[in-house]
Design a binder for this molecule. Structure first.
Ligand code: PLP
Length: 383
């Protein structure tokens, strides 16, 4: 196969070679980590080493890391806490990942959606008004606000949200799947009571993640019947995947101080796209954003067509949010930001990683520019 240009790190980052080695070695660990014999203890030690590394990535205590099957399960676990019949109210932002939105909207009577600004940042005045003390029952409101959006990269004001939520006696969960390993995060000062992580966004294996609690926070298990993960997530642990997560976390942490290189590549990409067409624009351009994520549009283009054409040219990007099934639907994030559907349908998400190069950006710009010229001419002719 010809050389590919992979610019879809927010969907999945390529597995790191060191992670592969760690996973392969861990697959040979014989014991069950709950067994007391030497084989069991060796598997347990491998898990605890990984736990310490994942904890370090987000400045948490190792005992507060609960390994799960991924970001989706971590979100489900956090969201499962409020029960509709308890009267506890749930508030989630309009731009959450479907694993949060769907969980919350499953309880429509007790769920309220927090709107976002045109820049795709949660409207905290609206949240404060929703949490006004006279509206609250005796139960603690549960709020879920992602740390950074997977489509636009917009970073959310978690510190301020935490102040508002805690003043109202509530609990704040933050889906940190996209921010971890890209921006330094420290549970001690971050403000959220719990965060969700996923290994495959940072070069770890797919199918492993974690819910990380702030010191003193607690969570009920989703499943029952086993003592693993401090009785918070029963079932024999996926030892090899957890080991891989630990290796990825350690490497991602070491790269954090050099993420400005990735941000410069992103800026170069955006300047290149904006130069292609006078009407081109970048989502959430005025908001603080992840260093690796660009969601760009040239009006008149259809994302579906662009993604397929770029794929044929050897370049992997996504159409808006396509990380669940590959199907292209108008993005709920763009809709929440008030972007017209005919514009939103052209949104392309380009997400870089530490391995991305200047050459990748030039390859993308060359192919996208050629395509945009051809397709917009066709679209304008047809109009
Ligand atoms: N949350 C966000 C913001 C994501 O981007 C994703 C990935 O698609 C998830 C959660 C789900 O994570 P996982 O694929 O590990 O279930």
């Amino acid at each position: 196969m010809n050389q590919r240009t992979y610019l879809d790190h927010n969907a999945t980052a390529p597995l790191r070679a060191e992670v592969r080695d760690g996973v392969v070695a861990a697959l040979s660990l014989v014991g069950n980590p709950s067994s007391v014999h030497a084989e069991g203890r060796a598997a347990r030690a491998a898990i605890e080493e990984a736990r310490a590394k994942v904890a370090a990535l987000v400045g948490a205590r190792a005992q507060d890391v609960i390994f799960t099957s991924g970001g989706t399960e971590a979100n489900a676990m956090a969201l499962a806490a409020p029960f509709e019949d308890s009267g506890q109210q749930t508030y989630v932002s309009a731009i959450e990942h479907p694993s949060v939105l769907a969980g919350a909207l499953n309880r429509p009577k007790t769920t309220t959606i927090i709107p976002v600004t045109q820049d795709g940042v949660a409207d905290l005045d609206a949240l404060a008004a929703m949490l006004a003390p006279d509206r609250q029952e005796a139960t603690r409101p549960f709020v879920s606000l992602m740390a950074a959006n997977n489509e636009t990269g917009a970073i959310q004001p978690i510190g301020e949200a935490a102040r508002i939520v805690h003043e109202a006696g509530g609990i704040l969960h933050s889906d940190a799947v996209q921010i971890a390993g890209r921006v330094r995060l420290d549970m001690g000062s971050f403000g959220a009571d719990m965060v969700s992580l996923s290994a495959h966004k940072i070069g770890g294996p797919k199918g492993v993640g974690a819910l990380v609690l702030a010191e003193g926070a607690e969570i009920a298990p989703l499943m029952i019947g086993g003592g693993q993960e401090g009785r918070r997530r029963p079932g024999t642990e996926n030892v090899a995947a957890i080991v891989g997560f630990g290796v990825a976390a350690e490497l991602a942490m070491a790269e954090l101080s050099r993420m400005d290189r990735v941000a410069r590549l992103r800026d170069e990409l955006e300047m290149g796209v904006l130069a292609l067409d006078a009407d081109a624009f970048v989502f959430s351009r005025n908001a603080p954003r992840l260093p690796n994520t660009s969601c760009v549009v040239i009006p008149g283009l259809k994302a579906e067509t662009v993604v397929i054409a770029l794929d044929l040219a050897g370049i992997a990007v996504s159409a808006g949010s396509a990380c669940s099934s590959g199907k292209v639907e108008t993005s709920h994030v763009a809709a929440a930001m008030g972007v017209a559907p005919e514009i939103a349908q052209g949104a392309i998400r380009v997400s870089l990683g530490f391995v991305s190069t200047n050459n990748d950006i030039q390859t993308f710009l060359g192919a996208f520019g050629e395509l945009a010229g051809r397709l917009t001419k066709d679209a304008r002719k047809a109009a």
